[in-house]
Design a protein around this ligand. Structure first.
Ligand SMILES: [Zn+2]
Ligand SMILES: [Zn+2]
Ligand SMILES: [Zn+2]
Length: 319
C-alpha cells in the first residue's frame, strides 16, 4: 500500500488501514454513524447512548488530533536551533524547552498548533540528550569525532524529524560527524546531509541521515558496519518472535539502549521482559519529561496517545 501511494502515510492513515471502521461498543461494521464533533469514532443504531457516555471523555482530544493532523499535512517544519543551549536558560522538561527556546519567554495562554507539532519534532533527540544525563550514562563513548545514533522503527516520523538532531550537536560539540541511521524503514533515497547553523559550521560539525530497510541484527552484522553510540527502539513488543530473534542476534554493543513507549503498561512490560530474558536492569524507567505533546489517534482504544511518553534506559546493552 505504502509503495503505491505518492507520499508516505501519516500514522493515523496507517492505522485507519489496519483498523476497519466499527461500532465503538459492539464492533459491528455496518450501519454506522460517525461522531459529528471529532469525525474519529463510530457507533451503530443500538449503541448511540452507550457510545456517547464512553466516547465523550475522548471526543475533545480526538477533535484536537484531527485538527493537528490536517494542519500538519503539508506543513514544512521551520526551525532555528542556533539559540540552544543558552547557559542562563536551564531546562529540565519539554515545557521549559518550549518556553525558553520556542516562545522565547513570552508564553501565550494556549500553545499554537505549530507548537504542538514542534514538541513532536524535537522530542526524540531531547529525550536521548537528557536521558543520557539523568541516567548518568557515559555519553561520549566515541571513536574519534564520529557519533552514530541507531533508530529502529518502521514509522517515517523519525526520518521526517531527523533535522532536530542538530540539538544534540549543540550540546555535545565534541561530536563532529553525527549520523542518524533509521533501520527498518524503506526509503527511496539512501541518505542526506542537513544544512546546519553557523555555530555548527564553525565547529566543523555535520549531520547525516541514513536508511536501511533491513532487520536490525542483519544491519549490524554486516561487515564494516559502524558500531552505534546509542540505540533507540520505539513501542516495541518484546515478546514478538521477530523482535526477539532480532535482539538475541544483535552482538554486544556496549552502548546505551533506549526503549521509548507510548504507554506506562508497555514500558512496564518491557522492563519485566528485559529482566526475564536478558537479566538487564534499566538505569531509568519513568514517564518522559521530554515526551511529545502532540496527540495521535489510537484506533485500538478510541483515545489518543503521545509519542515517547515513557522512557526506559539501559546504560549498557550486553546480552
Ligand atoms: Zn454497536
Ligand atoms: Zn467525537
Ligand atoms: Zn547548529
Amino acid at each position: 500500500m505504502r509503495k503505491e501511494m505518492q507520499r508516505r502515510l501519516m500514522p493515523y492513515e496507517e492505522q485507519m488501514i489496519l483498523f476497519a471502521k466499527s461500532c465503538y461498543i459492539c464492533f459491528q461494521e455496518f450501519d454506522l454513524r460517525v461522531c459529528e464533533m471529532c469525525y474519529s469514532a463510530y457507533y451503530c443504531e443500538q449503541h448511540k447512548q452507550q457510545f456517547q457516555i464512553k466516547h465523550n471523555k475522548h471526543c475533545w482530544d480526538l477533535m484536537f488530533c484531527l485538527n493537528l493532523e490536517m494542519r500538519h499535512a503539508g506543513t514544512k517544519l521551520h526551525y532555528d536551533f542556533s539559540i540552544f543551549p543558552n547557559g542562563t536558560k536551564y531546562i529540565d522538561d519539554m515545557e521549559g524547552f518550549m518556553k525558553n527556546y520556542y516562545y522565547l519567554d513570552t508564553i501565550p495562554k494556549s500553545w499554537s498548533s505549530k507548537a504542538y507539532i514542534h514538541t513532536d519534532f524535537v522530542s526524540t533527540p531531547l529525550t536521548v540528550l537528557y536521558g543520557i544525563i539523568s541516567a548518568e550514562v557515559n555519553v561520549l563513548n566515541m571513536n574519534g569525532h564520529q557519533y552514530f545514533v541507531h533508530i529502529i522503527t518502521s514509522s517515517y516520523l523519525e526520518a521526517e524529524y531527523a533535522a532536530a538532531w542538530e540539538l544534540f550537536l549543540h550540546t555535545l560539540y565534541q561530536i563532529k560527524q553525527l549520523t542518524v541511521v533509521i533501520i527498518g524503514l524503506e526509503c527511496k533515497f539512501e541518505g542526506k546531509y542537513f544544512d546546519l547553523c553557523n555555530k555548527c559550521n564553525s565547529y566543523g560539525q555535520s549531520l547525516k541521515l541514513e536508511f536501511s530497510p533491513m532487520l536490525y541484527h542483519k544491519y549490524i552484522n554486516r561487515p564494516l558496519c559502524k558500531k552505534p553510540n546509542v540505540i533507540i527502539r520505539f513501542d516495541v513488543d518484546l515478546k514478538d518472535e521477530t523482535t526477539l530473534i532480532d535482539i538475541f542476534s544483535t552482538p554486544n554493543m556496549n552502548c546505551p539502549y533506549f526503549l521509548l513507549a507510548t504507554s506506562k503498561s508497555v514500558a512496564k512490560e518491557n522492563k519485566t521482559t528485559m529482566k526475564e530474558l536478558l537479566n538487564l536492569q534499566p538505569a531509568y524507567n519513568e514517564q518522559n519529561k521530554f515526551r511529545s505533546f502532540h496527540p495521535w489517534r489510537d484506533f485500538q482504544t478510541g483515545s489518543v496517545y503521545y509519542r515517547n511518553n515513557y522512557v526506559t534506559i539501559y546504560p549498557n546493552f550486553i546480552l
